[in-house]
Design a protein around this ligand. Structure first.
Ligand code: HEC
Ligand code: HEC
Length: 453
């Protein structure tokens, strides 16, 4: 009995010592926290940011994703219910989707969103990914060829990022195999964001907000001795981009069996699009409107520019001279100008290219192995119009993510160059005569599309 009392007594003492130690640890943590808080307060003032809460990462998946028991987001779409047999449903429209990227945590997706919009990722803090992949321009820009930090035009046009989760080859010449690999292109290209690995890492690690956010998004990597790595930057950017899903357009509702989702004219357009005369759907296969392949189709270069050999360089294969990846046509009305070169400002001109005859733009003396589905369809003007009308039904921007009001660097989210381009574009548009029947028709369609939502 005595022994037991002594034991309890000793145990009590032990608890006392422990709680004192605990108090010491907790208070020192609190103190450290206070110091961190103070320093970030100063930083906040310097950057004119007061809402530190803005940088707390979400614990919810984006709409259309479900949170699994493992705490990651899985995409849910109606297409996943179709068995992958082709040519089922309304003329082959109910087919399953190819494998895609998902399985990121809500915090990783959200961190990627901040990084994507933060000009701090560029060498001089002047442009972000979003400068060339603007949400309101179909995650592209309105330039024939994008402009990077030097103010010079880069070699090609910015492709859309919608449904990039389903893409397995990146860039027009398919030189990157993953989104993680792709992201390093613009970040470290002297003509694009012009950064270096060392400088980017230094920028992020010296920003206490980013350090805290990376800890939240990648807790497993922040064990003692480990810290923020560039690989986490690429993963977060990938997580964000893989959340840009556009599969709920009026076309999709039609494909899922709701016939009234499209007008008779639009259905007629779909039928021309997938006919064996036009053959568009051979390469721009539903539901993604790409087959994720490359093809030589012989589009023209911008005036005065020499031939872009495309995937010939990637694979060192002369038969791929002038081959480019087949781009998705989702949200296509939003992402003008078109083609790798941005040669076509207008969607109808891009569609008409296919009707102008096989090899119509191949430079003299060039040998190009044009794809066998590039034919001489001889479509009427009305049929071309119908295709353009149909392409307008592929618009769905319902999952457009929120543009952050502020980014952890404190830099302006919508950078000056973006504003400048936008202003220029607006004044150009004001100057443009709006006399063509097509323009009026198109804007009319857009209006009716919204009212049908
Ligand atoms: C200066 C403008 C510019 C900036 C900034 C920029 N991009 Fe791009 N992006 C482009 C252009 C142009 C291409 C096509 C280049 C090519 O194919 O050679 C492209 C291609 C891509 C692609 C390939 C898409 C596909 O379907 O093949 C992805 C993904 C992408 N960019 C993501 C990003 C991310 C992420 C960032 C920020 C880290 C970023 N971009 C910054 C202009 C830009
Ligand atoms: C042999 C495969 C193939 C066929 C058939 C095909 N395309 Fe394409 N399409 C491509 C490729 C490859 C590109 C990119 C070419 C480039 O950038 O030079 C492209 C680009 C486009 C673009 C521009 C997309 C963008 O984001 O810039 C549009 C619009 C388009 N195609 C519509 C059509 C239509 C309409 C048809 C049918 C009349 C059609 N395509 C038939 C392979 C094909």
């Amino acid at each position: 009995m005595m022994n037991l009392i002594a034991l309890i007594h000793r145990f009590k003492n032990f608890i006392k010592v422990c709680s004192a130690a605990l108090l010491l640890i907790v208070s020192s943590i609190c103190l450290a926290d206070e110091i961190v808080d103070k320093s970030s307060e100063i930083e906040n003032k310097a950057a004119n940011i007061n809402l530190l809460e803005d940088f707390i990462l979400t614990d919810r998946c984006p709409p259309s994703f479900e949170l699994t028991e493992q705490g990651v987001c899985r995409l849910l779409t109606q297409y996943q219910f179709y068995s992958s047999v082709q040519n089922k449903g309304l003329g082959g429209t109910q087919t399953n989707l190819p494998p895609h990227r998902d399985g990121f945590t809500p915090a990783q997706i959200d961190l990627g969103r901040f990084l994507f919009f933060d000009p701090a990722l560029s060498k001089d803090g002047s442009i972000s990914c979003a400068s060339c992949h603007q949400p309101d321009k179909g995650f592209s820009d309105d330039l024939d060829r994008s402009i990077g930090i030097t103010g010079e035009k880069v070699a090609r046009s910015a492709p859309t990022l919608w449904n990039v989760a389903f893409v397995d080859k990146f860039f027009w010449d398919v030189r990157a195999k993953t989104l993680e690999e792709q992201a390093q292109g613009p970040l470290f290209d002297p003509l694009e964001m012009g950064n270096t690995r060392e400088h980017l890492l230094a920028t992020l690690t010296s920003n206490s907000r980013y350090v805290a956010m990376f800890k939240q998004a990648f807790p497993q990597y922040f064990l003692p001795g480990k810290s923020l790595q560039l690989a986490q930057v690429y993963t977060a950017l990938t997580a964000f981009q893989a959340s840009l899903i556009s599969l709920n357009s009026r076309y999709d509702r039609y494909a899922h069996g709701y016939h009234q989702a499209l007008t008779d004219e639009e259905i007629a357009g779909l039928n021309v699009f997938r006919s064996f005369v036009a053959r568009c759907a051979e390469c721009h296969q539903p539901p993604l409107f790409t087959n994720n392949e490359i093809a030589v189709i012989g589009t023209p270069e911008p005036e005065g520019r020499s031939l872009d050999i495309g995937a010939e360089k990637t694979y060192n294969a002369p038969k791929l001279r002038g081959a480019f990846k087949v781009p998705t046509l989702r949200n296509i009305t939003k992402s003008a100008p078109y083609m790798h070169s941005g040669r076509y400002a207008d969607l109808r001109d891009a569609v008409k290219f296919y009707n102008d005859g096989r090899g119509n733009s191949v430079p003299e003396g060039e040998e190009m192995l044009l794809h066998w589905h590039i034919s001489e369809p001889d479509l009427t003007d009305d049929e071309l119009d119908l295709i353009v009308t149909f392409l307008g039904t592929l618009t769905d921007e319902s999952l457009t993510p929120q543009i952050p009001k502020q980014v952890p660097s404190g830099l302006a989210v919508i950078d000056e160059r973006f504003q400048h381009n936008k202003k220029n574009q607006q004044s150009l548009q004001q100057k443009k005569p709006t006399n063509t029947a097509l323009t009026t028709k198109k804007s009319h369609q857009n209006v009716s599309m919204q009212s049908g939502e």
